[in-house]
Design a protein around this ligand. Structure first.
Ligand code: GLY
Ligand code: MN
Ligand code: MN
Length: 478
């Protein structure tokens, strides 16, 4: 093990004129001992050990390195809010920035997990109030001993990690893209191809959720439903409602009940709903419009919901809006019905898209072509645009780097969670459809858990059928 060497990084402030000996001496004294000696392991700690054991078994004899990541500059000396890498959070239950999980190989098989963290700031050398990472500025951190108790694994000072990694020998794999300093310390010994395999394995490790994760996703969906209700309460029936007010209203719920939103909220009114990722939210929701709200609360442990409802702002769908909405609802029902253990992952997508193609064809949008031909040629995709869903968990598009054979080309297993989110999007300037369709966009998105014998809709608190949506809106508005 190496000794911490990092010098104090002084905060810049043109107003102060250095530190007198007297002030430095004063700051060294008079602070109560706040160490907590009665801590128990967190509820998640019982799950992170088995997760690390699975990882360990896949890479015997190799040093495995998973950084949490470093802050990203937003402007000058302000950073974006930090969010730990999903793989690090999954394997440790921790969310610290600049931290590194290292699995050190022990003999022929097995690993010893060590967590490198920034513990308490040094009071003796003034770090706690003078350094950019000083606790007086950023808030109290857990001591390394406290972290060991809470997380259930040995912790070391992160300032030693580059030295320790540099001194280690043997094969190594590192999760790239999160910590340039760690990658530099391992540059001579790591290999891009082997590290890419490591990333793929880590991503696949999260495909099947354990019971603790499912409880998190359940809570994320419940809090998200409350956020949608908050939005309905601010949505005017006969006045304009800014999309930014809708976004902000949902954000308040996300911060009250969770860590953040799991992705940028899409608050898309009227024709904005035809833009799949409308996150500018610069428009207004007007009576007569549909509002497509795609939003998810991310829990304090970083699991996110991903839910979409398309709501008539006035409280009632017009005939043409209802026609499009009901077709999307039928497609979602078909998609959800195809989610069960043993089904091909792609089945739900085909079931939903097939249903959409039938409806679009029956509306005469493809001339004399049959629905079969439309589907075969993929012509419906002009209006359906996106895939019907994706895995969900710590990342909104979860397990995106996992092997095709165990994910998109594989079969569903109990414990997997995925979104089912068909949509129809008629662009405002699409001259190939009758005018009455133009500018209508509808998506309905739910978060579906694969159970032992079928599925469970985790976001079922929010109504989906058009008449139930109307009754729900009326009930909330009194
Ligand atoms: N909100 C992003 C998605 O639905 O995939
Ligand atoms: Mn989604
Ligand atoms: Mn979504």
């Amino acid at each position: 093990m190496t000794e911490p060497t990092e010098p104090i990084k002084y905060r810049k402030n043109g107003l102060t004129r250095g530190v007198t000996e007297e002030l430095a001496e004063s700051m060294r004294h008079g602070w109560a001992d706040t160490e907590r000696r009665d801590l128990e392991p967190t509820a998640q700690a019982a799950y992170t050990g088995p997760r690390r054991a699975t990882l360990s078994a896949a890479f015997p004899g190799e040093l495995l390195v998973v950084p949490s990541g470093t802050p990203k500059v937003r402007a000058n000396d302000t950073d974006y809010p930090f969010r730990a890498s999903s793989d690090y959070a999954y394997l440790t239950g921790d969310q610290s920035q600049d931290a590194v999980l290292v699995l050190e190989p022990t003999g022929e098989s097995g690993h010893r997990a060590v967590l490198y963290l920034r513990g308490r700031s040094d009071v003796e050398n003034g770090e706690f109030w003078l350094d950019t990472h000083g606790e007086l500025w950023d808030g109290r951190r857990d001591s390394l001993t406290e972290s060991e108790r809470l997380l259930g694994l040995p912790c070391r000072d992160v300032r030693t990690v580059h030295g320790d990694l540099g001194a280690a020998t043997g094969p190594v794999r590192v999760l790239r893209g999160y910590d340039a300093g760690v990658e530099e310390a391992l540059r001579e010994r790591s290999d891009a191809e082997r590290d890419a395999e490591f990333e793929v394995f880590l991503s696949g490790l999260r495909l099947v959720k354990d019971e603790w994760e499912i409880a998190e996703l359940r809570f994320a969906c419940a809090a998200t439903a409350r956020g949608f209700e908050d939005v309905v309460r601010v949505l005017g029936t006969d006045t304009e409602t800014p999309e930014r007010l809708i976004e902000g209203t949902f954000f308040v719920r996300a911060r009250l009940e969770g860590n953040d939103v799991g992705y940028s909220t899409i608050a898309a009114a009227g024709p904005h709903a035809t833009t799949l990722h409308w996150v500018r939210n610069t428009g207004q929701a007007r009576p007569g419009d549909l509002l497509l709200l795609d939003a998810g609360v991310e829990t304090n442990h970083l699991y996110t919901a991903d839910v979409t409802r398309t709501l008539p702002v006035s409280g009632r769908f017009t005939d043409i809006q209802r026609k499009v909405y009901d077709a999307v609802y039928a497609a979602q029902e078909a998609g959800i019905a195809a989610v069960r253990p043993g089904a091909d992952f792609r089945d739900f997508h085909h079931a939903a898209q097939r249903e959409l193609a039938e409806h679009l064809t029956s509306w005469g949008l493809f001339g004399d072509l049959t629905a079969d031909k439309v589907y075969e040629l993929g012509l419906h995709r002009r209006f359906t645009l996106a895939g019907t869903g994706h895995m969900l968990g710590l990342d909104v598009h979860d397990c995106a780097h996992s092997r095709a054979e165990e994910h998109v080309d594989g079969q569903l297993l109990p414990g997997m969670v995925l979104t089912v989110e068909p949509g129809i999007y008629f662009q405002e300037n699409d001259l190939t459809v009758p005018e009455e369709y133009r500018g209508i966009g509808v998506r309905i998105e739910d978060d579906i858990l694969v159970t032992a014998d079928g599925n469970e809709n985790l976001s079922a608190d929010l109504p989906r059928r058009s008449d139930e949506v109307e009754a729900w809106l009326a009930g909330l508005r009194g």
